[in-house]
Design a protein around this ligand. Sequence first.
Ligand code: BGC
Length: 892
Amino acid sequence: MLTIENILLDYAQSLQGTEQFPLVGWQIHSDKKNVIQQSWQLQIGEDSAFTQILHDTGRMESVQSQNIQLTGIELVYSRRYFVRVKISDNYGEESSWSQPAEFITGLPAEKWQGAFISAEQPEDNATSKGSLLRKAFYLDRVDDISSVVVHASALGIYQFYCNGQRVGNDELTPGWTSYHHHLLYQTYDLTPLLQEGKNAVAASLGAGWYKGDMSFNRYRNYYGDRTAFICQVVIHYKDGRQQTLVTDELWRASDSPVLFSEIYDGETYDARLEQAGWNDADFDDSQWRSVSLIDADKAVLRPQGTATVQQIETIDPVAVLITPQGDTVVDFGQNLTGWVSFTVKGNVGDKVVLRHFEVLDADGNVYLANLRTAKQRIEYTLKGGEEEHYHPHFTFQGFRYVKIESWPGTFDIHQVKAVVVHSQMQQAGDFSCSNPHLNQLHHNILWGLKGNFVDVPTDCPQRDERLGWTGDAQIFCRTASYLMQTRNFFAKWLTDLRHDQTAEGGVPHVIPDILTDRCDEDRFLAQGNTHSAAAWADAAVIAPWTIYLMYGDTTTLRNQYASMKGWIDFMRAHAVDNHWRYKLQFGDWVALDAKEGSYFGATPNELTCMAYYAWSTLLFAKAAKVLGHEADYQEYVALYQRIVHSFQQAFFTPTGRLAVRTQTAHILALHFNLVPDAFRERTINTLLELLAEHDGHLVTGFVGTPYFCHALSQNGHAKEAWDLLLKDDFPSWLYQVKAGATTIWEHWDGIKPDGSMWSPDMNSFNHYAYGAIGEWIYRAAAGIDTDESGPGFKQIRLKPLIGGGLEWLNARYHSLYGDINVGWKVVPAGEGVSRVTMEVDIPPNTQATITLVDAEEIIADDGLTFSAEGGDYQAVTGSGYYQLEYRCSMPQ
Ligand code: BGC
């Protein structure tokens, strides 16, 4: 049977707020193999029963089932719409109509009627306290209302209420963007919440990224000095009338029980100041004060329809410890990002005080030093009497442990739980194998993502940083996209990247950029720049290209095209003979071949800059080709070739020696294809020597590490790649795992073998950067990749690399087309030979090339036709589940 499941609108299962008719895609299910869609038909309705069909595309003969852009469809703003699809396939089978998918349209910038309103005065600029806003209104009748939608946003962070109820599941909205250019609003359906007679809408506000004390420089008010709220409630009546309620000078304002709340430092909350029913219709707000109107640009408001931050899961503590110093510490068993939610009973004025932190020191005591100035402290004052429940509102913490500094009565483990908070995304990857340490590494990489995808891709979630460091995001982007469906998350962040780019095309080190003009740290001031470092700024090109590869998404590529070009042109403008240099570079950041105590690895910036210049220029040229910018394509391919030529002139001796003798230099040259063919073997051999010099260990930093295993396996050294991945003594990925890590560390030597730690100045235990090895695990070891000719896994490449001494491996990647599964088992079958059984699943409407590496004989082909191809066996197939068996030379 042919069915359609999982209609995605703008890549989301639920889209609340969109400017235009969303991109549509769907998954096809069938009991047949080799299914290809022949046609589709889409209808747009006003209700889920489709009694009123607003648009019908008719039957479209097309194989396309993703990234479908319908044009010319007029939508009314602030309205719900329903979409359904049916298809036919190459067997002549027709599906029935899909379940409807639903979306709500946003509010165009020019339709915002309300004002930004604030409960604060200019003299509140130095405080980070919360405030409350509310407005009561009457509705004569509700039975003639067809739907009610609210659009809301804030300067700061807001929580929205209607008739006493919290609206939506979102946290920390409107998130963090380049607010002056790009301020997101959220959209919610209020229809079921309104009542006949008196109603109330209300908001609770906090300082957040907008006004709070941010960055390691601790500057406050980067974007503004007063929090403010804006909303527009749009009521649609059945007879077509429309009524709106907006934020204006008639709203009422009050202080809130939140006495202090900031991203790094935590929250101070006094429950004695709670005003019962403050957000209810009947509440008497006559004692509240008037609001002030804030002059802020409404033209920058854009809908955030999906990928908002939410409470994703909860974790119970695993133990309560008393440290040698006598502190009571709760251990959640997992380093995570979010907050503690607790239940407490006590007397009025009693206090709960919690400090959040990541690791215990070598003696088993509380270790706060690596948080630097971030307090990560929660103080809650009880109102007394009944049980009280609390979790913070406008902050988040990075922690595994919580020190109980104050608790009324005896603390009980059941009174607390950790709430994991991050941007909502669908999990895309699953991995397990016969090596438990590798499984834990995968777990740690995933938790690195969860901990650092809190609205922007951050370096770390705990210390006074939590910034959208471009380099970290660049190297982790592909891995992240194997683990989660990241398209909307990155599309949002890239929007801010392009807004924050310098006029010349330079790319700030952090996005949103809060370092420029507000940075007094020596390392930046001495060099005079807060933008445009190789491998960091290249996020401008590599991230949109990755999103294109993973999702076939040309929309993001198109939106970012000028930004991508801007970055390449920046490098070109600062290049002499294709060597570009610009002020402060981070190089192979935190590599182990750095001088003692330094963060800068041994690979010279000249090489890193040029290697990335070549790589980004190539990717940009490819993007130009995809988007049909032929002249740009020609121009930038030619530029790319000149850069490669200059690189080879500069760094290879006439006899083929790469003049920079570091692992990272060799990895970049190999992986970015900068090695003349004649010198490839020598280059790979030198890389192997450089590995051997460290007894098979890496000494690479942010730049070299992500590609190390690729550079080996792509050049005939899969065994060495596996060995490197599975090394488990210092320094290595599994060294951390064996040391008990539950996320990825910033430094290979975060905790050294002797138990001492890297300097607290810069020692995060939740830094996803080195988790970039996840890409190799999915793309090379499990062998699930997309072909560039059919991006978004329309054309799949399955080429598992059996090895690592594993007995079995199972991996799933949930592509837009459906699940791609690869599973293999290997058993020794005598003299240097293994017998492999392999199962693969290929989703409908895609095609896959399956390569069986080093296969010598196919025992079971499940109807596929394999042919020998360069020492391997290869077959091309359509969708379906296949069980294969073959003999191959024994993987080591
Ligand atoms: C961050 C890094 C970042 C680096 C660049 C650090 O403070 O945590 O991950 O990329 O600075 O200098």
